[in-house]
Design a protein around this ligand. Structure first.
Ligand code: NAP
Ligand code: MG
Length: 399
């Protein structure tokens, strides 16, 4: 059988530890037998980041800017212990942080749903994707402990010397005070990323804040989303048959729990942090959670939501058998290939991405799974397989 051909290269970012081993396994067993893979390869594993003074991470992000789509393996974010372990020149920054700073995007996380692993919320039938704004609010705050009677004020001094002042609180005794911010530019980028992503997956977009209480701050989010929607996306949404709607966060929570799933929920930074953990846990497992970074100008970077699974890697190094779940990493590849196919008009490549996902889900639904899923799955007959054995089982169903 002739292999599927690609047009534009996919930006491939290799990584570390157990996921690096899975990465190679996926390429060898699930991709290269079927596709003439055209990738521009960047070794983002920690040793090469160190050797290149982290230039390789910057180069990879710029390559995504050039080609439009990337796929990334999990990577180590070094801490003091890793500096020691890998004899690093420096404690390099998180590659995801570096890439996000260059592409300026929003991260969308969605679970892979399989029969036998039922969400804790019985009505959920389809994945719920959380889009978390990843800039500002309490994550970039300034806060103070007020240790006695004091007047706390909010003061803004403009470049031209003008000032705006507001009383926060007249403290009679000790307490706490906090200032935080966001920018129109960042909120607008977030909105555009969400609208673009909703169009690309053809799902409704929900957005929620607490604008009834925060009449200026949260209201600014609501207004910018509404304005950008009206001016830039409304026609495209209508043509795609999808909906954008805004609702109060309390109402959104209630609706999400009663829903069937199958939509994108855009959240402010803190809401997204909390709600994505809630949604991920309710759907089952971090190993089944995919993640995609979408930039406001429509660049895509796919990856798994989990890390490099260090504990399993150390077992692997000792020659012990491992049973590490590769589903999220497989779906990172299928997502990236499908996007590449869409941009280049390659129907056979898009069909392959669908087949790869189907074969993966089918494997688990037929009771063949890695150790982490054994306790979660309610299938009556199931058996545990090793890391590479799982990939072989998927390959069998793929061909
Ligand atoms: P982790 O790699 O996500 O693993 C934490 C634990 O979750 C594992 O020990 C394992 O539990 C379970 N797990 C996660 N993914 C799994 C999978 N695919 N299959 C089976 N079990 C899975 O998080 P971590 O141990 O905190 O971080 C390890 C390294 O990853 C760190 O150096 C961190 O910097 C990096 N990291 C990278 C990214 C990224 O690149 N996006 C994200 C997060 C963390 P058991 O041990 O109980 O089996
Ligand atoms: Mg969190």
């Amino acid at each position: 059988m002739a292999k599927i051909q690609m047009k534009t290269p996919l930006v491939e970012m290799d990584g570390d530890e157990m996921t690096r081993i899975i990465w190679q396994g996926i390429k060898d067993k699930l991709l290269t037998p079927f596709i003439d893979l055209k990738c521009e390869y960047y070794a983002l594993g920690l040793p090469n980041r160190d050797a290149t003074d982290d230039q390789v991470t910057v180069d990879a992000a710029n390559a995504i800017k050039k080609y439009g789509v990337g796929v990334k393996c999990a990577t180590i974010t070094p801490n003091a212990q890793r500096v020691e372990e890998y004899k690093l020149k420096e404690m390099w920054k998180s590659p995801n942080g570096t890439i996000r700073a260059i592409l300026d995007g929003t991260v969308f996380r969605a679970p892979v749903i399989v029969k036998g692993i039922t969400p804790s919320v019985s009505t959920w039938k389809k994945p719920i994707t959380i889009a978390r704004h990843a800039y500002g609010d309490i994550y970039k705050n300034s806060e103070l402990y007020v240790d006695g009677a004091a007047k706390a004020e909010l003061l803004v001094t403009y470049a031209d010397g003008r000032q705006d002042k507001k009383l926060i609180h007249d403290f009679r005794s000790a307490g706490v005070v906090m200032g935080m911010h966001n920018t129109d530019a960042s909120i607008s980028s977030f909105a555009r990323s969400c609208f673009n992503y909703a169009l690309s997956v053809k799902q409704d977009l929900w957005f929620s804040t607490k604008d009834t209480i925060s009449k200026i701050y949260d209201h600014r989010f609501k207004d910018l989303f509404a304005e950008i929607y009206e001016n830039e996306f409304k026609d495209q949404f209508e043509a795609a048959g999808i909906e954008f709607f805004y609702t109060l966060i309390d109402d959104a929570v209630a609706r999400v729990i009663r829903s069937e799933g199958g939509f994108i929920w855009a959240c402010k930074n803190y809401d997204g942090d909390v709600m994505s953990d809630m949604v991920a846990t309710a759907f089952g497992s971090l190993a089944m959670m995919t993640s995609v970074l979408v930039s406001p100008d429509g660049l895509y970077e796919y990856e798994a939501a989990h890390g490099t699974v260090t504990r399993h890697y150390y077992k692997h190094l000792k020659g012990e058998a491992t049973s590490t779940n590769s589903v999220a990493t497989i779906f990172a590849w299928s997502g990236a290939l499908r996007k590449r196919a869409e941009l280049d008009g390659l129907e056979d490549l898009a069909a392959f991405a669908d087949r790869l996902e189907k074969a993966t889900v089918q494997t688990i639904e037929e009771g063949v799974m890695t150790g982490d899923l054994m306790n979660l799955s309610t299938l009556p007959e199931k058996h545990k397989v090793g890391t590479m054995e799982f990939l072989d089982e998927v390959a069998k169903r793929l061909s």
